[in-house]
Ligand binder design. Structure first.
Ligand SMILES: [Zn+2]
Length: 277
């Protein structure tokens, strides 16, 4: 896999850090991820510095959407702010040449059934896709905590099917830690094959566009989001097995940890033949 780093703004720092760490794949944020509204949106000079610094380098980059996004919120104000926030992120992503924006769908909490929440999320996601600018792709990221939607491959596949958007608009970003925490055990040498088989069985193997390549501090099924350095968590060799599987080996992946911890994870992946050369 083409594995890289999560780097917080200023955007201007990203080209230098990528060069220093010898990677060409990154994730960042283009707003304060803990707030709705245009807080912490990089100013024009910061955006220009990123564009200049990455020109001609063939990097792959994604912005992580606001952590407050909840397309299934029973409150209309939250649903609409979720859509506007993601649209604003997509607009910035288009301007600075990022490949896409990833986000968590939302929660079933406050609804009489998961079904009701899924229907609402599907509708809002459809509206979002209708209004998104040309260029960047929206990546649905799988979740693992509480009443979060999109914890299983079946539920992610259903969202893709029901929204009906093409792959160049809507794709999947699989966070290995979240999937493991949600109960899909990704430990062991056969983890990559089992994951490819499960995605294939739901008809969405070719919709996987990127990974968050995190190991997990807690056991499979713990339903808690606690990232670990690849090789240091309960997935162990399973992380490398996913990263070097033929179905995923050409895709971008992000280690969502500090640059120092990610460096150790990259060394583990390299040692196990899981980094694209
Ligand atoms: Zn996570």
């Amino acid at each position: 896999m083409r594995v890289g780093l999560s780097i917080d703004p200023p955007l201007a720092a990203i080209p230098g850090i990528l060069a220093q760490e010898g990677v060409d794949t990154f994730q960042t944020v283009v707003r304060d991820p803990g707030r709705f509204g245009n807080y912490g949106v990089p100013d024009p000079s910061d955006r220009a510095a990123l564009v200049d610094g990455l020109r001609g380098r063939g990097t792959w980059g994604v912005a992580h959407g606001s952590l407050l996004v909840n397309l299934a919120s029973p409150e209309g104000r939250i649903r609409n702010s979720s859509v506007s926030s993601l649209l604003a992120d997509l607009k910035v992503a288009a301007e600075i040449g990022l490949n896409g924006v990833c986000f968590h769908v939302g929660y079933a909490k406050g609804h009489p059934s998961v079904e009701a929440a899924m229907q609402l999320a599907t509708r809002k996601l459809g509206e979002l896709v209708e209004r998104m600018p040309a260029g960047p792709v929206l990546y649905i990221e799988n979740s693992c905590e509480g009443s979060e939607l999109g914890q299983t491959i079946a539920e992610l596949a259903r969202l893709l099917r029901d929204v009906g958007a093409p792959p160049e608009r809507l794709g999947l970003l699989i966070d290995t830690c979240h999937l493991h925490a949600a109960g899909f055990d990704l430990s062991g040498e056969d983890a990559g094959q089992r994951l490819a088989d499960a995605l294939s069985a739901e008809g969405v193997l070719d919709r996987v566009a990127a990974f968050h390549l995190n190991d997990c501090q807690l056991p499979a099924g713990a339903h808690r989001d606690r990232h670990a350095t690849p090789g240091r968590g309960t997935m162990g060799i399973g992380v490398a097995s996913v990263a070097r599987h033929p179905a995923f080996a050409a895709l971008p992946g992000i280690i969502e940890l500090s640059v120092e911890d990610a460096r150790e994870g990259l060394a583990f992946l390299r040692e196990h033949g899981a980094l694209a050369s």
